[in-house]
Structure formats: C-alpha cells, structure tokens
Write a protein that binds this ligand. Structure first.
Ligand SMILES: [Zn+2]
Length: 401
C-alpha cells in the first residue's frame, strides 16, 4: 500500500489555528499528521497552504449559468448528463471535493461518480425542489405551457409540485425511494421563477411538519430555499436544517436560527451570476432581471447581519446559476461581509460537513478522515483571490488530474 506524504505545509486542518507540518495518507484516508513523516511518495508543500478539500453546499450540476428557455428546449435529454459530468470535473479541479446538489442531479449521476466512470466531488443529492403550486419550482407559464428546465420530471426525478400534508408524505417517500440524500423545498418564492414572489411564504406549517418528519424518518435533513423572513421563520420552526440564500433575514429570524442551530448557506455569488448573464445579453424575462438587481444589495446586508450575530454559516454558491468552477469567489465574498479568513475556511470545510451530517468522514484532516486535500500556492490566508491559487487537488488520497 502506497504511503503518500505532504511535507512542511502550513496546514489548516478544518478547525482552529493552522500550523506547519506533514500529512500522511494511505488507502484514501489521512493516517498521520505531525512532523518528520516519511512515505513512498511525497509533495513538498513548503511555502504553501494545505486545507481539507472544500465543500460547496449548494450547486446545480444540471445547469451552467444559462437558464434561458431556448437552451433547455434545444438540449437533447441525455446530453444533459454528459454536460453535467464536465461541470463536476471542473468543480473538482477548482478545489471542491464535496457538494450538495440542490436540485437537478439524479441517482445515476451520483452512482457514475461513485463507480469512477466520471470524476467529480463527493455528492449529496436532493433530486428536485419541492414547491407548492405556483411556487419556485413550478414551471407553469401564463401561456399554459411549461418552461423546460432544471426541475423537469423524468424517471430519475419526481415532479416537484406538492400540496397538502397527505401529498407531502407520499412525495417525500418518492424522493427517498429515488435516492435523495437530502430533501429540498422552497418555503418562499424566488428570483428565477417569473410568477413567484420571493417575499411570499410557501407551504403551510402542516405541510412543512410532515416533510421534516418524513425526511427525518428516513435519516435525512431538509434544506429550504427561503428568501424572505416569513418563509425563513416557517422553515426554522419546522426544524429544517439549513436556510439557503436568506436574502431578507430580520432580527427575529436571526434569533430563531441561533436558538435552533439552523445553518445559513448564503450563495452570495448567485444573484451576481444572474446579472452577469443579463449583461452578457442572455434573453431573460424582465421581471427576473429586476428581481435580481433588487436582491444583490439586500442579500449582502442580510447575510452580513447573520454573520455578525454568529449564525452558523456553510459555504454554498448556487453554482449552475453562475457558471461552475468559480466556487472560490464565494469565499472572498464571505470575507467581505465580516468573516475572518479562518472562519471562511471553517465554513467551507468542517462546518459544511456538519451541516451535511458527514463530519465523521470528511471536512477535517485528522487520522481516519478521507484524504481530500487542497494545496494552495502561498502560505497566507488571504481569501480574496483563491481561485488562481489552487495548485493541487487530492481526492481520497489521489491527485486529481
Ligand atoms: Zn439553487
């Protein structure tokens, strides 16, 4: 068995203060952390920063910064999966070794990765995003047609529309059957759905309670697309594990999150991605662009207050809304809103692993943990321009090429 050692790097092991040392890996796992370690192969990490592989708790591999209806309509069904494979590889090479796919990816994509047929981050998948009629995941259009897109029903992916506790019970069971690792729902409207208002709460408490109970019965957590305060509070009250986006958090919502231990996944670069696309000339409905513009400023203010209050933050980008592979941009944006660089790295490693319930396997560089590692050029913690600094990505003890 080959013993692979990273020597003399500035190691941030996922928690606390960094220190200079060596990491030994064997059979896909970290086996030793210390100094003077030897092995069959080594990489000299002198003057480099060594961290756990990073997490992105909110991606959509089935889209890539192009959500115009024409693109979806003109893409052959099976091509979508080949396109996703390339995006997964791009994400891995960007330094992200674990993701939650927040809607779109199905069990086949995850299994293709697990079988080694394609390369990509370790995955938890939600399959789709449960929405009430007229909610963020409802593709119905005023013309009477359906907008093709991310949440299209197919044999690997149940239809996302659900109303009432009885339907909810069955729907969550269908998702569990189809391979969901986490249940995703929309407890408010959103930006990219023309007819939903992000300010409105979606799903009633009996629907949310049933969703969480059914998910928990299957050992799964629930994540909520939740933009405005009422939808966020309803989600927290129901015991949902993470609030995605959190664009309009008020003081009461922040207090409730602190009390319940709810995580916030900010996705700061997502609305920026929508505006980038509009500026680049993509044909987006005017209401969508207007919503995105209004959102950017409020979003940053809201997340900044949550950070200041001490809400648990887990890194997530909503990549797919923006182009995949730019994940490191999010870390710079988190720092701009008041997080220290070490807090940013914790949110992108150990805290993200806790959110996903896999902190005993990944997210820290300690003996027995998965040997997912990123080596950055330079041994400083400036997170403003991390993307170009990613030198080497190691997944399960093997250098990704
Ligand atoms: Zn999303």
């Amino acid at each position: 068995m080959t013993r692979f050692v990273l020597t003399n790097g500035l190691i941030f092991d996922g928690r606390g203060e960094p220190s200079v040392g060596d990491i030994a890996m064997e059979d896909g796992l970290v086996v030793d952390v210390g100094s003077g370690l030897d092995g069959d192969e080594s990489i000299d990490c002198t003057g480099k920063l060594v961290t756990p592989g990073l997490f992105d708790c909110h991606v959509h591999f089935m889209v890539d910064g192009d959500f115009s209806p024409n693109t979806h309509a003109d893409t052959p069904f099976s091509l979508r999966f080949y396109l996703a494979a390339e995006r997964m590889k791009r994400t891995l090479l960007a330094g992200v070794t674990t993701v939650r796919d927040a809607g779109g990816s199905d069990l086949g994509i995850k299994e293709a990765r697990d079988l080694g047929l394609i390369q990509g981050p370790r995955m938890q998948i939600s399959l789709t995003m449960l929405s009430q009629t007229g909610g963020h995941g409802d593709s119905w259009q005023v013309s009477g047609g359906h907008m093709p897109g991310l949440m299209d029903e197919h044999p690997g992916c149940p239809d996302p529309i659900v109303n009432g506790p009885d339907e909810m019970r069955k729907k969550v069971r269908e998702l569990v059957r189809a391979g969901a690792d986490v249940i995703k729902c929309a407890t408010s409207g959103g930006v990219l759905s023309t007819r939903s208002n992000p300010q409105h709460p979606h799903f009633s408490s009996d629907e949310l309670d049933t969703m969480v109970a059914e998910a928990n019965a299957a050992g799964l957590f629930v994540m909520a697309h939740a933009q405005a305060a009422q939808g966020i509070k309803n989600a927290i009250r129901a015991g949902i594990r993470s609030i995605e986006h959190g664009i309009w958090l008020d003081d009461e919502a922040i207090e409730m999150m602190l009390e319940a231990g709810t995580y916030l996944v900010p996705t700061l670069i997502a609305p920026m991605g929508v505006l980038d696309a509009a500026d680049a000339g993509m044909d987006l409905p005017e209401p969508v662009v207007n919503k995105a513009r209004a959102v950017v400023r409020d979003h940053r203010e809201s997340v900044g207050r949550a950070i200041e209050a001490g809400v648990k933050i887990a890194m997530g980008t909503d990549s797919g809304v923006s182009r995949h592979g730019q994940n490191m941009r999010e870390l710079g944006e988190m720092a701009k809103l008041g997080m220290t660089p070490l807090q940013v790295f914790e949110s992108s490693t150990s805290i993200a692993a806790e959110l996903m319930g896999i902190e005993d396997e990944v997210g820290t560089l300690r003996p027995g943990m998965a040997a997912d590692v990123v080596i950055f050029s330079g041994d400083d913690f400036d997170v403003s321009e991390l993307g170009p600094r990613v030198e080497t990505v190691i997944q399960a003890g093997s250098v990704v090429t």
